[in-house]
Design a protein around this ligand. Structure first.
Ligand code: G6P
Length: 362
């Protein structure tokens, strides 16, 4: 049928969509560049952001995790205080807003009801909204004042992959362009760095066998698993855990490394798989300390580090990319590990039980 043709030679949409990520990143660079090769964003959007004293990112699921990464990048490059909120909570428990808030809705589909409910609420309050979505003309796009498109192409698999990396890439471009418009010193050549990211993603897609092996070594008999990291790696750990639980039904939880000792470490048993991300220099030693803590309790730790930070015993070393952009590549092993774990268990990878691609009810 038609869907078979779209999948081409791929057994699943998810695998195809993981593989498309380097292409998506290059497409985004191109779509957001002018003829001089400079990154650009619509002037009206820039104006709205520059008038705001605080940004409120509202999203659900994987898009929320992309928002967590985006907050870091926006604050570091554009120096605008940014909060990230789960849509379903925000509407019922609105924080005290700043004087001049601007709302950024991140949604692959542009149809998530929880996010739309917040959009309706804040529009009534007289505030402006920017929607970052993959679907032109979607509800959230039509009802917001401004839209930035992801240009990721249709995402069919329920578990989101290329939309996440596209969201992070677009947020990084937004942060860079805002920083430049404010005359802030720019210490990152983003076009160049995103190009390095795309190549690194390609390298990772070519080494998928290594991740299939990791899935079988660590998850064949697992009932539960943990993902630990600090700072940006923590955000990616939440996404890695979400991917795994969504499609393999293995219980998976992401924790900030330093929080383990405050509770979650009680769950570690002999052989519990613990995936560890280490891509951030300032927390490389602290996260290694956390690995020792869980290993001492019998955990089976799988450390994925970045080149330059690797240590003996690491299971996989990621190619080096700019430290703000590591989530774009560290998420790729997480996606593959979830994919192969689900495949090995005979799960319906593209259409996991109980989940829908877009949830249009609150
Ligand atoms: C559903 C999907 C998730 C997705 C979330 C938000 O729960 O199963 O994969 O991350 O909705 O979707 P959105 O389209 O708003 O990004």
């Amino acid at each position: 049928d038609a869907s078979d043709i779209e999948k081409g030679t791929y057994p699943h949409y998810m695998l195809k969509e993981i593989d498309e990520q380097p292409f998506v990143i290059r497409t985004i660079i191109q779509k957001y560049s002018n003829d001089n090769g400079e990154l650009v964003i619509d002037q009206n959007i820039l104006g709205a952001i520059n008038q705001a004293d605080r940004l409120y990112i509202i999203a659900a699921g994987t898009s929320y995790h992309a928002g967590m990464v985006g907050k870091n990048i926006i604050e570091r490059l554009a120096k605008i205080p940014t909060e990230v909120h789960v849509a379903s909570e925000f509407g019922y428990n609105m924080p005290l807003l700043s004087e001049k808030p601007l709302f950024i809705f991140i949604s692959q589909s542009g149809e998530t009801a929880d996010s739309r409910a917040v959009l309706v609420q804040i529009k009534k309050m007289g505030y402006q909204a920017l929607t970052i979505t993959n679907v032109p003309g979607s509800t959230l796009s039509r009802e917001a004042d401004y839209t930035l498109l992801l240009h990721a192409g249709p995402e069919i698999a329920v578990a989101s992959t290329k939309a996440y990396t596209a969201q992070v890439a677009v947020l990084s471009i937004l942060a860079e362009v805002v920083a430049r418009s404010k005359g802030l010193p720019i210490d990152v050549d983003l076009v160049h760095e995103l190009g390095i990211v795309a190549s690194a993603m390609e390298e990772l897609c070519d080494t998928r066998d290594a991740f299939e092996q990791i899935a079988s070594d660590y998850l064949s008999f697992a009932r539960s698993s943990f993902f630990i990291g600090r700072t940006l790696d923590y955000a990616v750990c939440l996404e890695g855990a979400l991917k795994l639980k969504e499609i393999s039904y293995i219980q998976a939880e992401g924790f900030a490394g330093g929080e383990l000792k405050h509770g979650p470490i009680a769950l570690i048993e002999e052989g519990t798989p613990v995936f560890v991300l280490s891509t951030q220099e300032n927390v490389n030693l602290p996260i290694r300390g956390n690995v020792k803590e869980v290993a001492a309790r019998g955990a089976n730790a799988c450390i994925i580090s970045m080149k330059g930070l690797e240590m003996d015993g690491d299971r996989f070393v990621l190619p080096q990319v700019h430290e703000l952009l590591t989530p774009l590549i560290s998420v790729v092993p997480m996606q593959f590990i979830a994919y192969y774990a689900a495949l090995h268990r005979g799960c319906d990878v593209d259409k996991p039980r109980n989940l829908a691609k877009s949830v249009t009810v609150e």
